[in-house]
Design a protein around this ligand. Structure first.
Ligand code: DX5
Ligand code: ZN
Length: 215
């Protein structure tokens, strides 16, 4: 069970300090948005490169961008430990996953709420993680979509059938109120933005989420 706070809800004027607040977490989730794949714009490669140099924990980059085939391997080269591309945007996902791994990061594919997992099951041979979105990508602080839990179960079942060590991540609206149902459905990596950075004590929020996921 791994907790991955999203710095989308952190203070962007003080990112190094904000990363220190979550040093007890497993990964720092970095939401990269391009104002095309999603209707929001955040940060890109130069900032990720700078964060990778100062972060106490590895970076988990979630690329909500068009043409990830072109850009995603660069995030691995910039020092991200895990790079997630959206399956809806990928041109050649097999090659893309291999490029990310060749550049030294774990490769992961993300699935939007309206996208079915079934057609992509064979990609489990190529990735280290599947991200099941539990909100429409684009913004922090949205309501958790419990109707995505059957998809988490479906991915967990497929991973079980195939064997291997593929992680299942959920992202969007994950909090103390919703994390247990995610864990019960089969998720083992939990992104939380507002639930961690909105708390007085971010470190305590991370520990609480981990305890709930394990319970
Ligand atoms: C949404 C992002 C999420 C976001 C989650 O598009 O991918 O990572 O930061 O924020 P919360 O946890 O507040 O829903
Ligand atoms: Zn994200």
């Amino acid at each position: 069970m791994q907790i991955t706070p999203s710095i989308l809800s952190a203070d962007f004027a003080n990112l190094e300090r904000e990363l220190q607040r979550i040093s007890g977490a497993d990964w720092a989730h970095v939401d990269v948005m391009d104002a095309h794949f999603v209707p929001n714009l955040t940060i890109g490669l130069p900032v990720v490169e700078a964060l990778a140099k100062v972060s106490p924990i590895p970076l988990d980059c979630h690329l909500m961008i068009e043409d990830p085939d072109r850009w995603a391997p660069g995030y691995a080269e910039a020092g991200a430990g895990s790079v997630t591309f959206h399956i809806e945007a990928a041109g050649d996902p097999v090659r893309l996953a291999r490029d990310i791994r060749a550049a030294g990061a774990r490769a992961s594919m993300a699935i939007k709420p309206g996208t079915a997992f079934g057609p992509y099951e064979e990609l489990l041979d190529e990735v280290d993680m599947v991200l099941v979105m539990t909100v429409e990508p684009g913004f922090g602080g949205q309501s958790f979509m419990a109707d995505q839990m059957p998809k988490v179960r479906q991915v967990r079942e497929a991973v079980r059938r195939r064997g291997g060590e593929i992680w299942i991540q959920v992202d969007g609206g994950v909090s103390a109120d919703t994390i247990e149902q995610c864990a019960e459905a089969g998720a083992d990596v939990f992104v939380a933005g507002s639930a961690v950075y909105g708390a007085q004590d971010a470190a305590a929020a991370v520990d609480q989420l981990r305890d709930l996921a394990l319970s």
